[in-house]
Design a protein around this ligand. Structure first.
Ligand SMILES: Nc1ccn([C@@H]2O[C@H](COP(=O)(O)OP(=O)(O)OP(=O)(O)O)[C@@H](O)[C@H]2O)c(=O)n1
Ligand SMILES: C[C@](O)(CO)[C@H](O)COP(=O)(O)O
Length: 391
């Protein structure tokens, strides 16, 4: 049977991802279920979420967690198109809970414990769904297979036609929802549910890196895969502060005597703020106002290196190194040239990188606009973060 949802360039079919994370991880052990363990700078489930959140075709994500793990969700950074559902005692019940929470035409069902899934595995499943009603990645069995009993080989098993199943497993949403309604009992995965309901399932090429954390030794294997995967990110920042009364401005951590000061809740270091925002942008972790709300009195008059240090620490915690920073200050006055070297030195110190990777420059706006009229200073910055092989 062909997929019932045809591709339409005007109205492309929508795709949801269900990430099942409600298991207890008994074989992996530890104080919390395996998907809540931290490896390579963040929880297993956060790694998995990030992979699906950055996939351009996925418009809806449901993370299914156990009721007793609900508070752990607060430790996650959820993308805006994600929601939470509560799972059940069996994997199939967790999947059903996710299926009941989505609307999309197609659904990808994925184990949170497969936190190293390469994006091209997701692509292969989605491509297969253009013509199939169900598709899943798998690897052919390459080792010889035996049967055994009491430590003795009792026979050999033909390995031809045997595959090791992986996720994400992709389906036409309505078909797998119907299948779960009647055929889910005792199933290991959703392909089994689909086949029992009479669906054809296309096999696509899996990937050896798409391991499922199952035993304690798998944490180190997964961490190594995540740490050696190269991830290069670029973030940009933009900020403006208005001039007011005062006798100096703080710019990129340097105090410059001036006939006016910059207004702001903190020390109004517009250069440092924009670099901070560029780092949060590269990390996809919001912006400076979200981490340090202007409504919070504790940041009144605060030195802005507090904010930049926080962004740098977050980058390191997520396994990134800051590779390069370029900041442009836009103002007629004060003149930046004489203090640019001091600014680079201070910024390099906070960023923890060589000064040769730090650029601070300035431009006027030809007396045009608010910066040209001397009403304030604007700043923009770009940072590059690297995780993995190249760092
Ligand atoms: N009731 C369940 C059981 C499993 N899962 C999820 O299904 C995926 C694959 O299951 P498995 O590796 O078997 O996880 P656990 O059931 O947690 O492991 P164990 O059998 O060792 O307890 C995991 O991401 C797990 O969190 C789930 O959401 N709900
Ligand atoms: C869904 C699955 O990951 C496919 O390989 C697997 O069936 C679920 O986990 P389990 O180890 O079989 O319990």
């Amino acid at each position: 049977m062909q997929s019932e949802i045809q591709s339409d360039m005007q109205n492309p079919p929508t795709v949801a991802a269900i990430i099942v994370a409600a298991g207890r991880g008994q074989r992996a052990g530890g104080g919390v279920p395996k998907q809540w363990h931290h490896i390579a700078g963040q929880s297993v489930v956060q790694h998995t979420l990030d992979i699906f959140a950055s996939h351009p075709r996925i418009t809806e994500i449901v993370l299914v967690v156990a009721a007793q793990d609900r508070t752990l969700v607060d430790t996650l950074t959820l993308p805006p198109h994600a929601s939470i559902a509560i799972g059940g005692a069996e994997r199939s019940l967790s999947v059903l809970s996710g299926l009941n929470a989505i609307q999309a035409d197609y659904v990808l069902i994925h184990d949170a414990a497969r936190c190293c899934v390469p994006p091209d595995v997701i692509d292969r499943v989605l491509n297969a769904l253009q013509t199939a009603q169900a598709a899943a990645p798998a690897l052919p069995v390459t080792d010889a297979l035996w049967t055994g009993e009491h430590g003795q080989v009792t026979g050999v098993q033909d390995r031809n036609c045997l595959y090791r199943a992986q996720t994400p497993q992709g389906f036409v949403r309505q078909l797998i929802l119907d299948a779960h309604g009647t055929h889910a009992e005792g199933s290991a995965d959703d392909v089994e549910v689909a086949r029992r309901a009479g669906m054809d399932v296309t096999i696509v090429q899996g990937d050896a890196r798409n391991l499922k954390i199952t035993t304690p030794a798998d944490f180190a294997r997964a961490a190594k895969l995540l740490e050696t995967r190269m991830d290069i990110r670029t973030g940009n920042g933009f900020d403006v502060h208005r001039f007011g009364a005062g006798d100096h401005v703080m710019l990129c951590g340097v105090k410059i005597p001036h006939s006016r000061g910059l207004q702001g809740h903190s020390d109004a270091d517009v250069g440092m703020h924009t670099v901070t925002d560029a780092i949060y942008g590269a990390l996809c972790r919001g912006d400076i106002g979200q981490h340090f709300p202007p409504s919070d009195p504790q940041w009144k008059g605060a030195a802005s290196d507090i904010f930049l240090n926080h962004a740098c620490a977050l980058a390191r915690e997520m396994g990134f190194e800051i590779n390069h920073m370029d900041c442009t200050l836009i103002c007629e006055f004060p003149k930046i040239g004489p203090v640019a070297a001091a600014m680079r030195t201070r910024m390099a110190q906070i960023l923890g990188i060589d000064i040769d990777r730090v650029s601070v420059k300035a431009t006027t706006s030809e007396r045009l606009g608010f910066t040209g009229r001397g009403e304030g200073i604007a700043a923009m910055a770009t940072v590059t973060l690297i995780k993995g092989a190249a760092s």
